[in-house]
Design a protein around this ligand. Structure first.
Ligand SMILES: NC(=O)c1ccc[n+]([C@@H]2O[C@H](COP(=O)([O-])OP(=O)(O)OC[C@H]3O[C@@H](n4cnc5c(N)ncnc54)[C@H](OP(=O)(O)O)[C@@H]3O)[C@@H](O)[C@H]2O)c1
Length: 338
């Protein structure tokens, strides 16, 4: 068999999505699943739909047990990975952190946005940001992968060709929506039924959201980021508006995006504006760009499934690159359309 996989946070939304992906990945075998309050129970107690498919019992988090794996996915609230990852990396494990602990290069930005003093800032330069469309070359040598946030993935893929070409003035404006699974499984005002069903609301606006510095780090410019929570389970839209720094023809704009993403297996350019159903349960991002010549602006849209290209799927994609496997191995491209 291929690689022995441990998942810490296996009972959460991204953790159990990793279980689903590993089941159809020919090189992965999940040998260990760990969590917090769910430890001591079969995984199928947390997720009854897995009955008959897995015998895995959920363990409590034990770094020594995790260190016996080849690959460990840390699908935990922020703060945990920074304590676990150094020991695992030093034991020779490939670590993929789905949380935020190793995404920001600046430990002061981490402290400001996440409210924690980073316990191992010396490790930050050793982490590779796991957005293959941006960092593929570095991922091949990675031992510690900082899996991107969901909004940063969508906003970055929407805006990257514009920024790389120096085509737009800043700040960019990114208006985004997310399904409720983006808030995780622990019940709270941002995900319980009565407070999310049949209602949509902005949150974390005016630079307050934790993903703001990560988006700006990726794009190297200021971004006015406005996330909105909408009543759907999964899916995310980033609509980026930017003022042109110089005139461009519509055909040239289309060519810019087509060329940038021509060889990207997980980015599909679209002539029409995509919707979240187009990528549901798929690891692909769909991207659309349009010129408003009258107002000298560009509008670029990216849609992703927040649990796939925005989390677990992207983690497997980056792991594939780091292990020298085909990048799309085990990753669904076709959406669940209905
Ligand atoms: N949801 C998304 O769309 C998304 C997208 C990108 C990144 N992320 C990031 O991925 C990470 C996981 O997110 P999620 O949505 O999967 O979260 P979640 O559904 O809330 O699951 C959290 C997991 O962590 C475990 N856990 C919580 N507190 C713990 C503790 N003190 N000790 C040990 N285990 C603990 C939980 O175990 P119990 O069952 O025992 O409570 C559960 O398995 C977070 O850092 C999140 O920001 C999420």
């Amino acid at each position: 068999m291929g690689y022995r996989v441990g998942i810490a946070g296996i009972t959460g939304y991204t953790g159990v999505e990793l279980v689903r992906l590993a089941a159809s990945h020919p090189e992965l075998e999940v040998v260990l699943g760990a969590a917090g309050a769910s430890a001591g129970q079969p995984l199928s107690t947390s997720w009854p739909g897995l009955q008959g498919l897995t015998e895995l019992d959920v363990e409590s988090i034990d770094p020594e047990r995790l260190a016996a794996c080849d690959v460990v996915f840390l699908a935990l609230p922020h703060g945990h990975a920074a304590r676990l990852a150094p020991q695992l990396v030093d034991a020779g494990v490939l670590v993929v952190d789905l949380g935020a602990d190793f995404r920001l290069r600046d430990p002061e930005a981490y402290a400001r946005y996440y409210g924690l003093t980073h316990p191992c800032p010396e490790r930050l330069p050793t982490a590779v940001y796991g957005l293959p469309e941006l960092t593929r070359g570095q991922l091949a040598q990675a031992r510690l992968i900082a899996n991107p946030g969901c909004y940063p993935t969508a906003v970055t893929l929407a805006a990257l060709p514009l920024v790389e070409a120096g085509l737009v003035s800043t700040p960019l404006v990114a208006s985004c929506v997310s399904g409720v699974s983006g808030a995780g499984r622990s019940p709270g005002p941002r995900n319980i039924f009565c407070e999310t069903h049949d209602s949509a609301r902005p949150y974390g606006i005016a630079g307050a959201h934790r993903h703001t510095p990560e988006i700006e780090q990726n794009l190297g410019c200021q971004v006015v980021f406005s996330p909105h929570l909408v009543p759907m389970n999964r899916g995310m839209i980033a609509t980026v508006h930017a003022r042109l720094a110089r005139p461009i023809a519509a055909a040239e704009l289309q060519e810019l995006y087509a060329t940038r993403y021509a060889d990207e297996p997980m980015v599909q350019m679209r002539q029409d504006a995509p919707g979240t159903a187009d990528v549901r349960c798929s690891n692909r991002a769909h991207v659309h760009v349009a010129l408003d010549a009258e107002r000298a602006t560009v509008t670029a849209v990216a849609v992703i499934d927040n649990l796939m290209k925005g989390a677990a799927g992207q983690a497997v994609q980056a792991m594939n690159v780091a292990l020298g496997l085909p990048e799309g191995l085990g990753l669904p491209l076709h959406p669940v359309m209905i």
